[in-house]
Design a protein around this ligand. Structure first.
Ligand SMILES: Cc1ncc(COP(=O)(O)O)c(C=O)c1O
Length: 365
């Protein structure tokens, strides 16, 4: 079904075509070429971090980051159950065990108060996720991690433009990852980034993403690695997108403000910016009153040309990770949330139309 208002569509204006054509004209279309280093450097500058390594998507970015931190079989990694499946799968790829924690009902992020109860002698790291573009309570988590000698990995896939106490997310832990899938604030088609301030972690990330190549010895490989490299074409798109990042984030913020204003008289909640943070509103997400209300509202909006998405099912409810333990906040958020169209080209009039339809639904029901 083709919607008048999809949940997301990237804006590929600016220098995207010019830079991609440069790759084609120069024949540098694989994982060597000038745009890769430029994109990595420009992205480091944007996040304010020392090192960035481009990879082929956000899932492998997590895999590489975990490997670079030495996480593997026998280790446990704490992770919120309310996240996209990739966060958890990446832990599993390393042989480590994901250990779930419930979410905070206000920020929707991992609940720091519930972490300590999950720490065992095998716990090696905490993977925080800044879900839907809102940062987690990173100060409290850092305190727990340093007290127990645990590493922190930030999954920032949904958090380009997200700030905590004035600082862009991604440099609070030992390593961080980003995604540039087509629905992210900036896209490279498929793509990801591993970021760190630690030269040894960066070094290992480069080797893991590049077939485990030994240093200073051509075609000699001394560790098992992967081909997780980013292409020059993807990096070219990324460079052009990054030139427009401030405008994209500004537009997304404006549409969030329009949504907030539009729904203020309705008896529905939304994913609020809480604390000294900047919520990038990767997705503008509302919380309705029940699961059945969500089903009916989504159906009504779809009939009116508006695509929506449900919030994520908590990962502990999926067959590979099924647990009897209940995570009530995550389960509740997973049942009542709706992602509304959140792309930067959505105009004030478009948001008014969407709000109008939400209001009609409640007027009629
Ligand atoms: C929280 C989170 N982590 C990881 C990923 C994985 O990124 P990718 O789709 O680029 O592999 C995503 C993707 O949407 C995500 O939302």
């Amino acid at each position: 079904m083709k919607y008048k208002y999809p949940v997301y569509q990237p804006n590929l204006s600016g220098n995207v075509k010019k830079y991609v054509n440069e790759c084609i004209d120069s024949t540098w279309i694989s994982s060597k070429g000038k745009f890769i280093k430029k994109f990595e450097d420009d992205f480091s500058e944007f996040v304010d971090i020392k090192y960035s390594a481009g990879v082929s998507n956000g899932t492998v970015a997590l895999h590489v980051a975990l490997l670079a931190l030495g996480i593997g079989k026998g280790d446990e990694v704490i992770v919120p159950t309310f996240t996209y499946i990739a966060s958890v799968n990446a832990i599993t790829y390393t042989g480590a065990k994901p250990v779930f924690v419930d979410s905070d009902p206000i920020t929707w992020q991992i609940d720091p108060g519930k972490i300590e109860g999950k720490i065992t002698s095998k716990t090696k790291a905490i993977m925080v996720v800044h879900l839907y573009g809102h940062p987690c309570k990173i100060d409290s988590i850092k305190k727990i991690a340093s007290g127990k000698n645990l590493l922190i990995i930030e999954d920032c896939a949904e958090a380009i433009g997200t700030y905590y106490k004035g600082k862009h997310v991604g440099s609070f832990g030992e390593a961080a990852t980003f995604s540039f899938f087509g629905n992210k604030a900036i896209t490279t088609g498929e793509g990801g980034m591993v970021c760190t301030n630690d030269p040894a972690i960066y070094d290992m990330a480069i080797r893991k993403k590049g077939q485990g190549l030994a240093k200073e010895q051509e075609y000699f490989h001394d560790i098992v690695g992967y081909n997780y490299r980013m292409t020059n074409i993807c990096a070219a798109i990324g460079c052009a997108q990054l030139e427009r990042i401030e405008d994209i984030l500004k537009r997304k913020r404006k549409l969030a403000e329009n949504y907030i204003d539009g729904i203020k008289d309705l008896s529905i909640d939304y994913h609020k910016e809480t604390g000294n943070v900047i919520h990038s509103y990767w997705m503008f997400t509302i919380l309705v009153n029940s699961e059945s209300e969500r089903t009916n509202l989504r159906k009504f909006l779809a009939e009116n040309g508006i695509e929506t998405r449900p919030t994520f099912h908590p990962v502990h409810t999926m067959p590979m990770y099924l647990e009897k333990e209940s995570y009530p906040v995550a389960e509740d958020l997973g049942k009542r949330g709706i992602n509304l169209p959140s792309y930067p080209d959505l105009t004030t009039e478009d948001v008014e139309y969407i709000i109008d339809k939400i209001k009609s639904f409640y007027d009629e029901s």
